[in-house]
Design a protein around this ligand. Structure first.
Ligand code: ZN
Ligand code: ZN
Length: 243
């Protein structure tokens, strides 16, 4: 770790920049202006998938989609809305080697995901296919999951594997195509590690939830007692927000 003097010199030479607008900031992260634009998803929402509701309802209210087809996971929560204000930071973590963002994001995950974390035994990241991992050099979900597990004194087990490479979910045109793309793509390497356990599945962005569902299905098949999904961000379309 750099000494305070070295840190000051480094900051003078390379001042930390806001990950939103690249203005100089004192701590790595967002400047105050960008921070105020971030939509935190800590308001009322579906008791299962966390879909935001515009008004507070009974704590156990489910959204129409969860009522119609209960998801493979038991609950899902994301910290912030994935939009033009948060996209830069998430993509920086994902593609631009910004591992310095991991501690800050982990703090947010801990704060927003407290209930999920308190009800979990083991943290499992959504895996990258080995080929993609080799290209990117690290799996951002695994980096977050490992640190989160350490801070919350939970087990960390990257037990999910991708059985086949799947084209990026971002390239899929429809929710149906996303579902088909990841169907049967995941397996649990060592079922004994999750059998009877409450699993916290860590992902970076929930779009349609197809990846989280496919992972949750594999974990449940391996005997997981519960699967809770915690993500940094989720796509919230205005048309999705109920009431
Ligand atoms: Zn900024
Ligand atoms: Zn729901």
């Amino acid at each position: 770790m750099a000494s305070p003097v070295a840190k000051t010199v480094l900051d003078l030479l390379f001042p930390p920049l806001c990950i939103g607008c690249r203005a100089a900031v004192s701590e790595p992260g967002f400047c105050a202006a960008c921070w105020s634009n971030i939509t935190f998803l800590d308001g009322p929402g579906c008791a299962c998938c966390g879909l935001p509701f515009a008004v507070a309802l009974d704590g156990e209210t489910l959204c129409a989609a969860c009522l119609a087809t209960p998801p493979a996971f038991d609950s899902a929560r994301a910290i912030l809305a994935y939009d033009e204000h948060s996209r830069g930071a998430i993509l920086a973590l994902k593609h631009a080697d910004r591992l310095d963002l991991v501690p800050g994001f982990t703090r947010w995950l801990g704060r927003s995901g407290r209930t999920l974390l308190e009800n979990s035994d083991v943290v499992v990241p959504v895996p990258l296919h080995p080929l993609r991992l080799w290209r990117r050099r690290y799996n951002q979900a695994a980096e977050l999951a490992r640190r989160l597990a350490r801070e919350w004194r939970l087990a960390y087990d990257p037990v999910l594997i991708r059985k086949r490479p799947t084209p990026s979910q971002g390239a899929m045109a429809s929710a149906k195509a996303r579902r088909r793309n990841v169907m049967g793509a995941f397996a649990v390497a060592d079922p004994a590690k999750v059998a009877g356990k409450r699993v916290l599945l860590l992902d970076d962005v929930l779009t349609t939830g197809a990846t989280a569902q496919a992972c949750a299905r594999a974990l449940k098949r391996a005997g997981a007692a519960k699967v809770h999904v915690l993500a940094l961000a989720r796509v919230v379309k205005a048309s999705d927000v109920l009431i």
